[in-house]
Design a protein around this ligand. Structure first.
Ligand code: NAD
Length: 488
């Protein structure tokens, strides 16, 4: 394989071979901005899912026995390929996922960072020797790979969100089967498989099945091979997958990384310029289609008008349109369904709320919209808005702002702005979320840090030692050295 542009992606990747899916349907992969057909793909069948899981199961045993150095070295080769193929990967993210060039570059960087971290993971799989009261006995805890991992990923950051499960799973000695979102079969799976194949990953350790989740979704989740399901997507589907994992013939562990409704809070002593820029970037990057996007902007009444003026000004400067244009920040909605939902939310908001920024949609591109004086309990403010639409909410004081920030079923990311670090920290520690950024935007994902949510935003954490714990299991082994008499 010399050039990723000539890769044939019109196949499933199972057991180290590229083969046509045996499902009954053919899927069309579209460019969300131009509407162009990128490729057509025969869908995977339930038999293909089974073949992929069986291949993973067979390959995993020998992989778990490889040296840490051999596994670490794989990721160094992957990093080299990522660097060499940067532009090709960025182009795919633009044309398949509707990513603005800057977002595509951020995503490429996130994957590279994840690969670099993964190279250290094989050396971080520590066991333990524990104290034990029984005489002449040693108590050991061995850490071992969990086995086969099933990965289901969404379309918004497909390359990164598939890869952030794949890399640590392989690094800890597991094998993987990935089912990318229907809209992003290449960037969510097939492109990753090509890169790992080129890096020399043995056959069967990484498999990709693409197709309609209504046909293969249940069997993907209930198959007896995977011991762990790593799901990133909506809260509704995540609940279903959690249930399937428990009810499957062999119970599975799950990581559920679900939707957000992330507050950005501006306290009375905030640097308003910083806060307004962070709110604009964190709300409108990737058209608001990020789980960590700023969904609600909660502003102290004493600085509300001044903040709103700055926020409207910064948001109004963001260029929208062709995602391939280097100056564009706001590109197209991912697909017709997503666009329809965006336009319905917009019509609802326009009919009831005070609009302070807007513009006419062009094709699948909706320009940034801002609505002010929104009630935190408004159904729109309570909805995860995967759209370039912002809601600004007024708070009486810090206590009220905290109550509003926590007034959601979600608990993924959050942000608070204040020039008094102790005040901001006190506020941050009161937020019921997995992640809070002080004086920074809500969108942040760094591989050595714990990424994950509370409440309906899910279960589990990526990053650092947390993902090693998720993807491995412990085995308690005791060794008795002396003799004892059990029966007198
Ligand atoms: P989605 O839940 O519709 O789909 C996610 C994945 O699940 C896709 O691969 C889809 O094909 C698959 N799927 C759907 N139904 C299934 C079923 N019955 N069985 C098995 N698989 C099934 O979500 P989406 O629209 O692709 O992504 C957007 C959502 O993802 C948002 O809610 C967003 O907040 C969330 N998200 C969360 C994180 C996070 O880390 N917490 C990151 C990105 C996106």
């Amino acid at each position: 394989m010399s050039d990723a542009r000539s890769y044939n992606f019109e196949a499933q990747y199972i057991a180290g071979t590229w083969r046509a899916g045996t499902g009954e349907t053919t899927a069309t992969d579209l460019n969300p901005y131009t509407g162009e057909t990128l490729l057509t793909l025969k869908s995977a069948s339930i038999a293909d899912v089974d073949a992929a899981y069986r291949a993973a199961e067979a390959a995993q045993v020998a992989w778990a026995e490889t040296s840490p150095a051999a596994r670490a070295d794989l990721f160094r080769r992957v990093a080299d390929i990522l660097r060499a193929r940067r532009e090709e990967i960025v182009e795919w993210l633009i044309k398949e996922a509707g990513s603005a060039r800057l977002k595509a570059q951020i995503e490429w960087q996130a994957v590279l960072n994840g690969v670099i971290e993964a190279a250290s993971i094989p050396y971080r799989m520590h066991g333990q020797i524990l104290p034990i009261d029984t005489p002449d006995t040693e108590s050991r805890v061995y850490r071992r790979p969990i086995g086969v991992v099933g990965v289901i990923s969404p379309w918004n950051f497909p390359f990164h969100l598939s890869h952030r499960s794949i890399a640590p799973a392989l690094a800890t000695g597991n094998a993987v089967v990935v089912k990318p979102a229907e809209d992003t079969p290449v960037t969510g799976g097939l492109l990753i498989a090509r890169i790992y194949e080129e890096a020399g990953l043995p056959a069967g350790l990484l498999n990709v099945v693409t197709g309609d989740s209504r046909t293969i979704g249940d069997s993907f989740c209930t198959h007896d091979a995977p011991r762990f399901l790593s799901f990133t997507g909506s809260t509704g589907v995540g609940r279903r997958i959690g249930r399937l994992a428990i009810e499957a013939p062999v119970i599975k562990r799950t990581a559920l990384e679900l939707g957000g409704n992330n507050p950005l809070v501006v306290l009375a002593d905030a640097d308003l310029e910083q806060a307004a820029q962070a709110a604009a970037f964190g709300r409108f990057l990737h058209q608001g289609q990020i789980c960590m996007s700023t969904n609600r902007i909660i502003v102290d009444a004493s600085v509300y008008d001044e903040f709103l003026t700055l926020f409207v000004d910064y948001a109004g400067r963001l260029q929208h349109g062709d995602p391939a244009d280097a100056n564009t920040l706001v590109g197209p909605a991912l697909n017709a369904k997503q666009l329809k939902a965006n336009l319905e939310h917009l019509a609802d908001a326009k009919s009831r709320l005070r609009q302070v920024l807007g513009g006419d949609p062009v094709g699948s591109v909706v320009p940034p919209h801002i609505f002010a004086d929104v009630d935190n309990d408004d159904p729109l403010a309570q909805t995860e808005m995967f759209a370039p639409i912002a809601f600004v909410i007024k708070a009486r004081d810090d206590a009220h702002a905290l109550e509003l920030a926590n007034g959601t079923e979600a608990g993924l990311s959050s942000a608070v702005f204040s020039q008094d670090e102790a005040r901001a920290l006190r506020f941050a520690r009161g937020i019921d979320a997995g992640m809070t950024h002080i004086n920074d935007m809500t969108v942040a994902d760094v591989p050595f840090n714990p990424f994950g949510g509370e409440k309906n935003s899910g279960l589990g954490r990526f990053g650092g030692s947390w993902i090693v714990d998720e993807l491995t299991t412990t085995h308690w082994i005791t060794v008795r050295r002396g003799k004892i008499s059990y029966i007198h």
